[in-house]
Design a protein. Structure first.
Length: 95
């Protein structure tokens, strides 16, 4: 029992630091849509809707106390650019 208590006490600062750090981070979301070219009106409408939803969530304290941040990528309706946008969101921005 003493070993368990010693282990918990030793790990407590790490656990508390991780919990505080996790709560302070933003909840990052990514969105890929057509923002330029043919079909941009649909993509812009979607972007506006996502922005409004994120703003509404953030005005109510976010999700589980974390603010929502959305990164938008434009694929211009091109499947190759969609793949590039996805890689940008996942590999570079870590969304």
């Amino acid at each position: 029992m003493q070993k368990l208590l010693s282990l918990v006490l030793a790990l407590l600062p790490l656990i508390l630091h991780t919990a505080v750090f996790a709560e302070s981070q933003e909840l990052k979301l990514g969105s890929i849509s057509i923002l330029q070219g043919e079909g941009a009106s649909w993509g812009t409408a979607a972007k506006n809707g996502v922005t409004m939803a994120a703003d509404a969530l953030n005005s109510q304290g976010g999700v589980l106390g974390r603010k929502v941040a959305v990164e938008f990528q434009d694929d211009q309706g091109d499947p190759k650019k969609t793949i590039s946008a996805f890689r940008q969101l996942t590999d570079v921005s870590h969304v």
